[in-house]
Write a protein of this length. Structure first.
Length: 604
């Protein structure tokens, strides 16, 4: 399945934004346009899909609405809508509303009230009533409806996959206008495709069995892209021509009202159970308590505080059966809480998880810290399967280093007790110091950047990275370690306290008192012998030192960069001289001016 973005979708996004910006720019701030536009795009999409069945739905409503109870009426209207899980019983469409400009306000209100409860819930989460009131106040309701009707969002024009891109691209542009934080971004299709390829690589035989039903869950689902593309990958890429496609059910929870509204609307449009998309905080308002899932995927926000939910989370962390009993990270970053939350929802017979994080969860936190204890818990339970380092500049709103953690409680025999690291961030530098460029080995530069996204992992690189995963062999871009390789003893090294004359001070039992000013910490690999290390590395330099055994702690960290570090020698004197020459006189090949020419221009 290709990850190239359809050019028609790009045009659609630009057109939608441009025409609405023309309507709204004088009455709304630039950072508010997205809030108005997105619900109108949802309504327009629903309106286009319902157009062929509108009359049938109205006929069914007129025939039965005063004869059957509301709960009995809903399935009748869904059937009239051709099996769609949404419908509209009003006599209006967006286009027909334009025929009566004088009554557009009351008619639009009747039109909105004609939608089924799930759609009205979506609009409530967009706070659409406030948006409409503001449009009316500025005499822009008719103009906005007229503008959105110029956009053709029929399924024969743009499929659900393309519509998902349109939603996310509009939100990306909106976020840029609003200066949203780097953590609040959307996962590009190529990153999701890589996650899918690795998560489902060992599952093909199992998924091929007749009658298989599997679940996919995302606790920070945003607009629902991950679970929707996960389902699409299984159904189309893996089993596109098969008569025995597995049944895939998608679930998600999202804290942001706007993103939740889009995710729920997409579930409705694609025939999913919209009630499986929940609103709320996955930590303090878990909508799937007691529920377990076969596959889980997430790209939780980076470096976002959980201070608001601290009391709830700390209380649950006291419960041995709670989600967070293994440990708590610092309140400034909740990424490792998401990992624990997802692990708590693994199926007993086996689950596979993919989570995107920044570098912090790999190494932040000393031995005994919450972060280290969580890593220890994951690795010692043999759940950590693989970590893939990604190239930079893959995401729309951030260019930082990112990693995908793959976690499972159903490791293959050859993987038990092991962790695989794949360096898909491998790169080479080309050019001289004056014009050096980084070229990634598993990503291509995009012809045109989308926000901060300058690189893309296309299908050939996804296949190469997945092959590295499946081969499970040591190589230049793949390292395999035993679980305990990542663990270490943190030793507290003491030296005796001495008086001004250099005499050792002792306690009542005659033991030397430690000098807190000379106290030191030493990290010793779990695979090493503590006494051998102490005798070889400490005593030769500090003969009177000792280890305070009671303070010894076990820590875990994954120093990814260390395992793939490549020494780069110093530049030759000839290269340095050439760089200085370019700096002074410019680069004729690139047309860059040097200091000499710049000074001439300045003084001219």
């Amino acid at each position: 399945m290709s990850n190239e973005i359809n050019n028609n979708n790009k045009v659609e996004v630009g057109f939608i934004w441009r025409i609405t910006d023309d309507v709204l720019r004088d009455a709304f701030k630039k950072n508010e346009i997205g809030d108005v536009l997105l619900p109108f795009v949802v309504i327009r999409r629903l309106d286009c899909i319902l157009e062929p069945v509108n009359q049938k739905v109205r006929d069914a409503y007129n025939n039965f609405h005063d004869k059957v109870a509301e709960d009995k009426l809903d399935p009748i209207l869904r059937k009239a809508a051709g099996g769609l899980k949404f419908y509209n019983t009003s006599k209006h469409t967006l286009n027909s509303l334009k025929d009566d400009p004088r009554n557009i306000e009351i008619n639009f209100n009747n039109y909105l009230n004609g939608f089924n409860p799930d759609v009205r819930d979506i609009l409530d989460n967009f706070q659409f009533d406030k948006i409409v009131a503001r449009l009316i106040k500025n005499k822009l309701l008719y103009e906005m409806i007229d503008a959105i009707c110029r956009v053709n969002l029929n399924t024969d024009k743009i499929d659900n996959h393309g519509m998902g891109y349109v939603f996310e691209e509009l939100i990306r542009i909106s976020n840029e206008q609003s200066n949203e934080t780097a953590g609040e971004h959307f996962t590009p299709r190529d990153v999701i495709a890589l996650m899918n390829a690795i998560i489902f690589a060992p599952e093909i035989a199992e998924l091929s069995q007749p009658g298989i039903i599997r679940t996919i869950y995302d606790p920070a689902c945003g607009t629902g892209g991950m679970v929707n593309l996960g389902k699409k990958y299984i159904e189309d890429a893996l089993f596109g021509s098969s008569d025995h496609k597995p049944v895939i059910k998608t679930y998600g929870q999202e804290i942001n009202e706007q993103s939740f509204a889009i995710a729920k609307s997409e579930a409705l449009i694609t025939g999913e159970d919209a009630n499986n998309i929940k609103h709320g905080n996955s930590f303090s308002e878990d909508q799937f308590v007691g529920k377990h899932f076969h596959y889980m995927m997430a790209n939780p926000p980076y470096g976002v505080t959980w201070k608001k939910d601290e009391k709830f989370i700390r209380n649950e962390a006291l419960n041995p059966a709670g989600r967070f009993y293994a440990g708590l990270p610092r309140t400034s970053d909740g990424q490792l809480l998401f990992l624990q939350h997802m692990i708590s929802k693994m199926e007993r017979e086996g689950s596979r998880i993919g989570v995107v994080t920044n570098g912090s969860p790999l190494f932040t936190g000393d031995a005994g810290s919450g972060e280290s204890e969580i890593r220890k818990w994951i690795i010692e339970n043999d759940w950590l399967d693989c970590i893939v380092a990604l190239p930079k500049d893959l995401f729309y709103n951030t260019g930082i280093n990112t990693y995908i953690w793959f976690i499972t409680n159903k490791k293959e025999a050859r993987r038990k007790g092991k962790v695989q690291l794949i360096n898909a961030a491998a790169n080479i530098e080309k050019g001289t110091n004056g014009s050096k460029k980084v070229e990634y080995l598993f990503a291509n530069p995009m012809k045109k950047s989308l926000g901060n996204k300058r690189n893309q992992i296309d299908d050939q690189y996804i296949a190469q990275i997945t092959e590295l995963y499946e081969q499970f062999e040591e190589g230049e871009y793949c390292k395999i370690f035993d679980n305990d390789h990542f663990g270490y003893y943190q030793l507290t090294i003491e030296q005796p306290l001495r008086d001004k004359k250099g005499r050792v001070q002792t306690d009542k039992s005659g033991n030397p008192k430690p000098d807190s000013k000379k106290r030191d910490k030493e990290n010793v690999p779990l695979t090493a012998d503590i006494d051998d290390y102490f005798n070889a590395e400490v005593l030769p330099h500090v003969p009177d030192a000792w280890i305070d055994i009671d303070k010894t702690r076990i820590g875990y960290e994954i120093n990814f960069t260390k395992y793939f570090y490549q020494y780069k020698g110093l530049e030759s004197s000839e290269t340095i001289a050439e760089d200085i020459k370019i700096l002074e006189y410019g680069n004729p090949e690139s047309g860059e001016k040097g200091i000499v020419d710049l000074l001439k221009d300045l003084l001219a």
